[in-house]
Each structure stands twice: as C-alpha cells, then as structure tokens.
Design a protein around this ligand. Structure first.
Ligand code: HEC
Length: 167
C-alpha cells in the first residue's frame, strides 16, 4: 500500500520527520540552556553568600566549618594582628617573630618583641624591610593567605576579610 504512495507524499512525510527532529533538537538545546542558566545563577548566589568577616568581628571557628577553638574564638583579626592576643594554636604572638628587631619574612611592626601594636590600622603602610598595607591587592593579607607556613584557620578568617572587601 505504501508503495502506492505518490512521490509528493513521500516528500511530505520526509519533511514532517525532519521538522519533528529539528523541533526536538531545538527543545533539547533550550532545556540545556535553561539548566546552564540555573546553574550559573546558583553559582552567583554562592558567590554572594561567601563568608565575610570584618576586622572587628568576633571570630567563630564554627562559621568556617572548623571545630570550636578557644584560642581564637571570640577574638578579632584586629586583636590577633596587633598582637593584643595570640590567636595561634601555639599561643605565640605575631610580634614574637615580627617586631622592630626581627622581621621574619620581611614583615615586622615597629614594636618590641611580644609587644602589642594598639590601634593598629590595616590601611596604613607597615613593615620594616618591605612596606605595604594589610589591605589591598599587594597587601600583607594576600601574602599571609598565600604563605604555606601560616596557620590554616587564621588564613581562612583572613580570606573572609579580603572577600568582604577588607572592612
Ligand atoms: C614563630 C615565629 C612566627 C610567628 C609567631 C608568626 N610568624 Fe609570620 N612569619 C614567620 C616566618 C619564619 C615567616 C617567613 C615565612 C616564609 O619563609 O615564607 C613569616 C612571614 C610572615 C609574613 C610575610 C608572608 C609573605 O609571604 O610575605 C606575614 C605577613 C606574617 N608572617 C604575618 C604574621 C602574623 C600576622 C602573625 C600572627 C598571627 C605571625 N606572622 C606570626 C614567623 C612567624
């Protein structure tokens, strides 16, 4: 019976098939695009909900997915970096190794060993051999985060400060 179809019928059914195929592909593509859009929106949301902390915010290790740590919890970046408190698990102040007489890794504040730099301001240039601010693209914060010898938990907090725009 099909054999009896005239040529134009064959042409028509071929056209219908092609149309269905093209239509299905087009649908599929837009679905893929939709999913891609959805995913990029999710990424955007993640970027917005990045963990941020300010210089004066009290640190809570649990916010960083870490177990509570009385050595640093309840303290601020301001207090740690100014050596008013240690913050480090080994209990050493930053100024134990970074002071006016000893500037390990080129970094030192103009204070005596183990002394605090009260009113320390991350937006003024500090350093003995190399001068830089704590904030900013080439600031000490960025170098601290990139340095393999620094404690991971303090680096995570520092990263959250940088992510929040160093406020
Ligand atoms: C026990 C000594 C010691 C203590 C305590 C210490 N540091 Fe360091 N720090 C070093 C040494 C050593 C280096 C150089 C590391 C290297 O070779 O990269 C350094 C490097 C640095 C640098 C420069 C990093 C770079 O790559 O340019 C910064 C900034 C810094 N320390 C900040 C701090 C802060 C802030 C604290 C307190 C939370 C601290 N350090 C506590 C020993 C110490």
């Amino acid at each position: 019976m099909i054999k009896a179809w005239p040529k134009h019928c064959w042409n028509l059914s071929l056209q219908v098939c092609l149309f269905v195929l093209v239509y299905a592909c087009a649908q599929d593509k837009s679905r893929a695009e939709l999913i891609r859009e959805e995913m990029s929106q999710e990424n955007g949301a993640n970027a917005q909900s990045k963990l941020v902390i300010s210089w004066e915010d009290k640190i809570d290790s649990r916010r960083f997915g870490l177990t509570p740590n009385p050595k640093i919890d309840g303290k601020t970046l301001a207090e740690v970096i100014s050596s008013m408190t240690a913050g480090r698990d080994d209990g050493q102040l930053c100024s134990a190794c970074h002071n006016k007489d000893e500037a390990l890794g080129d970094y030192g504040l103009p204070v005596a060993k183990n002394a605090a730099s009260i009113d320390f301001d991350p937006s003024i240039e500090v350093g003995t051999t190399r001068k830089a601010k704590w904030k900013g693209p080439d600031g000490w914060a960025k170098r601290f985060i990139a340095n393999k010898t620094k404690p991971a938990n303090i680096k995570a907090v520092m990263q959250a400060w940088v992510d929040g725009g160093c406020k």
